[in-house]
Structure formats: C-alpha cells, structure tokens
Design a protein around this ligand. Sequence first.
Ligand SMILES: *Cc1c(COP(=O)(O)O)cnc(C)c1O
Length: 349
Amino acid sequence: MEGYHSPQVHVQVRLNTNESPVAPPAAWQELLADEVASVDFHRYPDRAATGLRRGIAELHGVGVENVFAANGSNEVLQTLCLTYAGTVRTVVTFEPSYMLHSHIAKISGATVVSGDRDADFAITASIVDSVLERCDPAITFLCSPNNPTGVVDSRELVEYVLRVAPGLVVVDEAYGQFAPRSALDLVDDSRNLVVVRTFSKTWAMAGARLGYLVGPSWLVEELDKVVLPYHLDTVKQLAGRLALHFHAEMRDRVETLVRERERLVAVLTELPVRVWPSGANFVLFRPLYHDANAVWQGLVDRGVLVRNCASWPRLGGCLRVTIGTSAEDDQFLAALGDVLAETPEGAGS
Ligand SMILES: *Cc1c(COP(=O)(O)O)cnc(C)c1O
C-alpha cells in the first residue's frame, strides 16, 4: 500500500494544504493559556468530552448525544470505518475525492468500490445507480465541497443518495462553512446520515487536531464503544470548547476568504488555464498549454507552493491552490502570470 503523502517544501507562500492563512484570535490563545495553567494533568480527561460536545451541539442546535468528537475529522472517519466497515464490507467513494476516505476504508479491511465523477466532477443519479448495482455498501462517502475539485453536491443529489444507498451515508463537510449549502439539516435519528466537520480549516486550528460529526444518537453510541477511551486530551477539549466563543470571528474569516476566492477565480479566468468553480477555500485549475509539473516548479522557484495533483487519477495536469491572505494570493497570481508568460516547454521556438 501507498501511504498518505503531502509533500512540504520550504517556501515563503504556502498554499498547498488548505489551512487558514491566519491564526485564530489572540484572545482565544490567551484564554486557553489561562485555563491550561489550572489543568489537573495527573488526571485523565473527561472521557465523554461533555463540555466540548455540548458546545458543538449548541452551535448546531442538536443534542449532545448527536455529537461525536475526535482527533481531527480523520479520526472521525477512521472510527466510522472501524465501526461500520471492515472486512467483508464495501465502502463507496466517488473519485476524484479526498484520498483518505478510500485509504482509511481499505485499512479497516473493507473493499472500496468507486464511482467516476462526470467531466465537471459532479456526481449524477446515474453514476450513483451504476455503483450501487455493483455492490451493497456499508458506507457511502460524499464530500461537499469536494477536495480537491471544490464541487458542492446539490441538495437533490444528497437526498437521492440517502434514498438509494443501503448503508450509512457520510457527508464530509471539512469545508462546509465556505459553501452555500450543507446537509446538516438532514441529520435526524431516523436517517442513516452523518455530517463530518473539522476545526482544521474554517476554525484555523489545524494544529489542534480536532474534528467531529453530527449524527443519529444511536450511531454516536456505537462509535463511543469503538473509539479508544480518553482519546481526546484535556487541552484539546479546552481548545475546542473555547474556540466556540469566537464563532463570529470564524465567520468573518470565512467571509473574507470566500471574497478572496472569488477575486482569485476572476483573475485565473483571464489566464490560459481551465478553472473549476469552488465552494471551498481552494481552487483547482489546469494550465491549458503548459506542463503542470513545470508550472508547479516555476511557482516553487518564485516562492509559492501549491498542491501538485498532476499525477493523481482523473486530475492529469491539475494544480490546486489554497486561498491565502490577499498579499499571498497576489504573490501567487503574479508568479503564475510570470510562469505562463514563458513559452511552453515543447512548443516550437
Ligand atoms: C482537510 C480535510 C479534512 C480534515 O482532516 P482533519 O483530520 O480534521 O485535519 C477532512 N476531510 C477533507 C475532505 C479534508 O480536505
């Protein structure tokens, strides 16, 4: 098996892992430092993470019994796979999508069956049908907005998958707050649906490793049996609980990044690249006449790192840029304009 890799190069402008370009509020960090000073470190953490889960539940208007939190949404996904996938079971993904869905499912022992998104990277009802004819999945993964394409699933599509998929439907909304719609309001004890979110992107807390899901209470009960006891350390629980006091600041940050995304897309549209519309804090694009690897290297040479997707299945020639501060985005756009102004390699001189 291949491991999961996200190469890091030391450059000035890092627009490759969809992190927030700015830190969380200083007031949050001060509050956290104060509370950490009086933590009883000789005691185990609150195993049920009650304060944190209550805060998340209030944020979404659900019960504390509808929230499961873990070390990043990756651990949420892993716990879902350990609980509902595993050997002799099948997991469905729609590619290209977030690599860890299929990766974690396989590690759990499950067989992964993948549907192929259409030319615009959308999932259609007929794509869903053709996958479900081939298997009987325990879990069907959706990702909206989808990483790395930025596509937001339509409400009709999510409802269709919920209707026809036999097992659990997981909607990964790591970028949910950047998008115009969410599946959160569909979560109900009567549906096999969970929505997964994270503090890593919109909350600007990738370093804290905290994610969660909102789902049926009966499902949360099952996950609690599977996950390791005391998996959420005391400091992390505090970090998440206190972050929720800065919800307005998070929304401001998201609004700024969405405006910045629209600005960046408008400029990219004027360049010789194909751009896909995005509901997230990143944009996928493909140079029309230039080799993507050469463009990626040209950007690195100019101090800008983006994600090179050129060798990923279905993403030949594509690069993905994370939205940064407007200064960083300007640096990216200037560097890209520069690189694309050069004569493409292989073109006659
Ligand atoms: C970044 C990302 C995550 C986040 O994982 P964490 O473990 O919460 O940092 C989850 N899903 C998708 C699709 C992502 O892009």
